[in-house]
Design a protein around this ligand. Structure first.
Ligand code: UFG
Length: 324
C-alpha cells in the first residue's frame, strides 16, 4: 500500500475519494486550506491545513510523509463565478497547481491524478464526446483546467511526471453510510437545488426549455461521486504499477434531461418539486454526454452506483437534512 497526498480532500469529490483510498489500505493525507472544503469531511488525523501556494511547506510534507502519488482536487469549480472573477480562477487553479508541481519536482514525486472536467470541451461538435474531441473551453473555469492539462503534458516530457487526467461529467449523489454529502456554498447544482425546492417549497428555476433536445431541456451525464472516486482508485493503481500518462472521460455514457432528473426526484421523495421555467443560463451547452469507453477498456472501470434512481436516492437523506 502507498502513501497518497490528496489536495482538496475536504471537498465533495475529494472526501469521497479519500474515504475509498483509505478503505483500500492506502496511507492518505489531505492537504486543504478549508476555503471551500469542510473540516468534518475528513478524519481529523488525516487533515493537514495548508495553502497550495506554500511551496516550501508542501515540499516538506511530501518529503516527510514519503508520498508516492498525489491526487489533486484543490480548485475553484463554479463556472458562473469564473466568468465574474477570471483572475482569481487563474491564480488559484493554475498558479496553485504550478506551486504543487514545483513542490513535487523538489521532492521527487512523479505520479499525479488530476481533476479535470468536461468543461474543457466547451460546446462539443457531437455527443457522446470522446477524449479526442477538440479542447475548446467556453468559460475561464474550463480554460484553467485545460491549461493545467497542457502543463502536465509538458511535465511528462520534461520531468517524467506521469499523470492521469480525469475529465468528470456531472458529479452527484453521496455516500450516506460514510457520512459524506454534497454541500457547495453557494449551491448551483441541479440535484441539490431540486431537493431544496422539495424541502423549502421555494420553486427551483429550470434554465431553458427551448434547447434542441427531445423535451427542450439540457441533457447531462450524471455520474455518482462514488463511481468517480472509483475512477481515482483505478488511476492510482495504473500509475503505481508503472503505467504511462493518460486522459480519460468519467461519465456513464447515458444522458438525462433536466425534466427527467426532476421526475426522478419526485419519484424518490414522493413529493412534487415546485418549479418555474426561466431563460437559458449563460454558457450551458445543450447536451454533454461522455464516451467513457476508453476508461472502461484501459482501466476496467465500470459505474455501479449511477442509475438515476441510485444517484437521487443516495443524495436525498443528506439534502433533506441540509435544507430543513
Ligand atoms: N439547472 C437548472 N436549474 C438550476 C441549476 C441547474 O435548470 O437551478 C440545469 C443547468 O442549466 C444544466 C443542468 O441543470 O442544464 C445541470 O446543471 P449543474 O449546474 O448541476 O451542472 P453543470 O452541467 O452546469 O456543471 C457541471 C459541473 C461543472 C462542470 C460541468 C462540465 O458542476 O463544474 O458540469 O460540463 F464544469
Amino acid at each position: 500500500m502507498s502513501n497518497i497526498l490528496v489536495t482538496g480532500g475536504a471537498g465533495y469529490i475529494g472526501s469521497h475519494t479519500v474515504h475509498q483510498l483509505t478503505q483500500r489500505g492506502h496511507q492518505v493525507t489531505v492537504l486543504d486550506d478549508l476555503s471551500t472544503g469542510f473540516r468534518d469531511a475528513v478524519p481529523e488525523p488525516q487533515l493537514h491545513i495548508c495553502s497550495l501556494f506554500d511551496t516550501e511547506q508542501v515540499t516538506h510534507l511530501l518529503q516527510r510523509l514519503q508520498i508516492d502519488a498525489v491526487v489533486h482536487f484543490a480548485a475553484f469549480i463554479a463556472v458562473g463565478e469564473s466568468t465574474q472573477e477570471p483572475e482569481r480562477y487563474f491564480t488559484n487553479n493554475v498558479a496553485g497547481s504550478l506551486s504543487l508541481f514545483s513542490a513535487m519536482a523538489a521532492a521527487g514525486v512523479k505520479k499525479l491524478v488530476f481533476s479535470s472536467t468536461a468543461a474543457v470541451y466547451g460546446n462539443p461538435l457531437s455527443t457522446p464526446i470522446p477524449e479526442t474531441a477538440p479542447i475548446a473551453p467556453v468559460n475561464p473555469y474550463g480554460e484553467t483546467k485545460a491549461t493545467v492539462e497542457r502543463t502536465l503534458e509538458w511535465l511528462d516530457r520534461c520531468r517524467g511526471l506521469r499523470s492521469v487526467r480525469l475529465r468528470y461529467f456531472n458529479a452527484c449523489g453521496a455516500n450516506e453510510a460514510a457520512g459524506l454529502s454534497e454541500r457547495h456554498v453557494p449551491e448551483t447544482h441541479l440535484i441539490p437545488l431540486l431537493m431544496k425546492a422539495v424541502v423549502t417549497g421555494q420553486p427551483v428555476t429550470i434554465f431553458g426549455t427551448d434547447y434542441p433536445t427531445p423535451d427542450g431541456t439540457c441533457i447531462r451525464d450524471y455520474i455518482h461521486v462514488d463511481d468517480l472516486a472509483k475512477a481515482h482508485i483505478a488511476a492510482i493503481d495504473h500509475l503505481l504499477s508503472g503505467g504511462p500518462s493518460e486522459v480519460f472521460n468519467v461519465g456513464t455514457g447515458r444522458g438525462f434531461s433536466v425534466r427527467e432528473v426532476l421526475a426522478a426526484v419526485e419519484q424518490v421523495t414522493g413529493r412534487p418539486v415546485p418549479h418555474v421555467f426561466g431563460p437559458r443560463r449563460d454558457g450551458d451547452p445543450a447536451e454533454l454526454v461522455a464516451d467513457s469507453s476508453k476508461l472502461r477498456a484501459r482501466l476496467g472501470w465500470n459505474p455501479d452506483h449511477s442509475t438515476l434512481h441510485q444517484i437521487v436516492a443516495s443524495a436525498w437523506p443528506s439534502q433533506q437534512r441540509r435544507w430543513a
